[in-house]
Design a protein around this ligand. Structure first.
Ligand SMILES: Nc1ncnc2c1ncn2[C@@H]1O[C@H](COP(=O)(O)OP(=O)(O)OP(=O)(O)O)[C@@H](O)[C@H]1O
Ligand code: NI
Length: 320
């Protein structure tokens, strides 16, 4: 596939996001340096609150108004973090489309399905109406809606969760984007729906879009779907590299713990933070209070991103 179809690499350089709140500053994303490669699926994993969604929404510039961003986000050589809202508006959907976590929130309950889907591509002066109609028909069939006319007349509340999930996938694909950013596509779904969503993502990967960012708690899903993995903890990317090495032979003690906590590996939980260690240091490694392999250096010094022999980057002094 050509760059025209694959899109361009998304690079983050010294990327930081903090929120100004009544209680002070919350640093949600800290010193991220990474490249999401076009043509690959990159998974962002990590526990709740680790900054996965904030990082994803940062790329798309969909952050709350109290957010402050430092550093750069590039699309190819273009600094999209410097784009105006208007520039971003035509960039989203056309280059990178979001498949949001919650279909119910993404769909407008008072507009019929078909109208919403067509407007997604015609309202920004993008595609012509006829073109939109054609794409709508084709995508609805692909996603298993045999009667696209009947379904198109419905409202989202008249459909099941699984149907709405497929509808927002169609919505994401209407603008023929190069990239998909899927935020927790399987969160809160039962096993059957999870399999369905996985099938939908696989289908998109086989037929339409090769460049994807998938945000998930679900390490098993990440292992099956992703070429590359970013492991987040308290806003930092602690380990990044190919899925097989990161999940197969984890290097960072946190990744090690995550992998050992999987049901298939005996569900050994990661120890909770050590209170004394927590109060001991604020400037050291973020994982220090929970780390079974910490050394004295981790208390007051922040590790950098060290490159391992197989090319992954690990934010841990063990690999300095
Ligand atoms: N508008 C905001 N103002 C203040 N803090 C915020 C805001 N939005 C997010 N945060 C904080 O940023 C941190 C990262 O949140 P984020 O939603 O990215 O986590 P996550 O890894 O996606 O978690 P989950 O798996 O639960 O979706 C959290 O501590 C959250 O409370
Ligand atoms: Ni999230």
């Amino acid at each position: 596939m050509s760059e025209k179809e694959l899109g361009k690499n998304i690079s983050l350089e010294n990327y930081n996001i903090c929120f100004e709140t009544a209680k002070g500053k919350v640093r949600a994303v800290k010193d991220v340096n990474t490249v999401f490669e076009a043509g690959k699926v990159t998974g962002m994993i990590g526990e709740s609150g680790s900054g996965k969604s904030v990082l994803g929404m940062g790329i798309l510039k969909l952050l709350a108004s109290n957010a402050k961003v430092e550093g750069r986000c590039l699309y190819g050589d273009t600094e999209i973090s410097a784009y105006t809202e208007k520039q971003m508006d035509s960039f989203r959907g056309k280059e990178i489309a979001l498949i949001p976590q919650n279909p119910a929130e993404a769909l407008d309950p008072v507009i019929r399905i078909k109208k919403q889907l067509i407007e997604a591509v015609t309202s920004h002066g993008g595609a012509a109406k006829a073109e939109g109609e054609k794409r709508y028909e084709a995508l609805m069939k692909r996603f298993g809606f045999q009667d696209s006319r009947e379904t198109g007349r419905k409202y989202s509340f008249q459909m099941s969760g699984g149907m709405n999930q497929r509808i927002i996938s169609v919505l994401g694909l209407m603008g023929s984007p190069k990239w998909i950013l899927a935020d927790e596509p399987t969160k809160g779904l039962d096993a059957i729906l999870r399999r369905q969503v996985y099938g939908v993502l696989k289908d998109i990967l086989c037929n339409d879009i090769k460049s994807m960012i998938v945000i998930t708690h679900d390490v098993a899903l990440a292992r099956r779907l992703c070429d590359r993995i970013l492991v987040l903890y308290q806003g930092e990317v602690l380990e990044q590299g190919d899925t097989s090495s990161v999940l197969g032979q984890p290097l960072h003690p946190y990744t090690e713990g995550l992998v050992r906590s999987l049901p298939s590996n005996g569900m050994v939980p990661i120890p909770l933070p050590d209170r004394d260690k927590e109060s001991e240091s604020k400037e050291g490694c973020v994982f220090y209070p929970r780390c079974p392999r910490a050394c004295s250096r981790c208390v007051h010094e922040k590790p950098g991103d060290y490159q391992s022999a197989d090319g992954r980057k690990v934010r841990c002094f063990l690999y300095a």
